[in-house]
Design a protein around this ligand. Sequence first.
Ligand SMILES: Nc1ncnc2c1ncn2[C@@H]1O[C@H](COP(=O)(O)OP(=O)(O)OP(=O)(O)O)[C@@H](O)[C@H]1O
Ligand SMILES: [Mg+2]
Length: 253
Amino acid sequence: MLLKIESLTKRFGGLVAVDGIDMKVEAGSIVGIVGPNGAGKTTLFNLMSGQLKPTSGRITFEGVDITGSKPFRIARLGMGRTFQNTSLFDRLPLKINMAIARRMRTQSGFFDSLVPLREREEEADVARRAGEALEFVGLAGSAESIAGSLPQIAKKRLAVGMALVGEPKLVLLDEPTGGVGAGDISGMIELICQIKDRGVAVCVIEHKMRMVMGLSDRIVVLNFGRKIACGTPEEVSGDPEVIKAYLGSGYSA
Ligand SMILES: Nc1ncnc2c1ncn2[C@@H]1O[C@H](COP(=O)(O)OP(=O)(O)OP(=O)(O)O)[C@@H](O)[C@H]1O
Ligand SMILES: [Mg+2]
């Protein structure tokens, strides 16, 4: 088991955003996380990747207790992520965005990642890795473009590349097709499948039910911070509580 979450809870004052969640991610698998707005999906990611500390519960990654660990430590252990609002360095070229993301893996934090490289060998390695990651996400031809000038789909692809450039064992993708045009969605699905083909596990938050049903090995359904169902896409889509809470009675897988 790559990731194990036990009785995880996060309170914001009186609000229980994540409420006693148990969840597992097997190495190399795709886990879809679905649920209505405000269900606690992003908060769950923030707890996994160390952006937030849980109120209680435990998270283990490859058997290592990472509960409350700093984001850079968790990244170094092999967890990459994207953000729902796609946080890029908008004024910098794609290749620099990628190089910074690569260095975040080896340095102890964001500011350290900006310190000029002393070792020429390391610099060459960062450039090579950045180039490979751009190639993988289909943006090799735009390496010199400024990130902020890209269309939404390319920004989302860049963010996925930045999550992968540190060679993670698990990537967390928060709404990778958010704001993306209908014609670009199948390309993103293909990219997520290619990530899995590389042996990297994926947790993906998505509102597009057919997409998540088609991609995922397992699905976790959240509602008001609680896990209301989990299982294969078939199991989950037939669950009466899921249909009631989220899918709507007209939905069929
Ligand atoms: N830093 C915070 N402080 C206070 N409340 C928060 C904070 N972050 C999230 N919340 C609240 O926690 C709940 C869960 O939010 P979260 O962003 O995890 O939902 P979500 O499932 O990702 O929703 P969406 O589909 O809209 O992205 C919401 O009620 C939200 O307002
Ligand atoms: Mg969210």
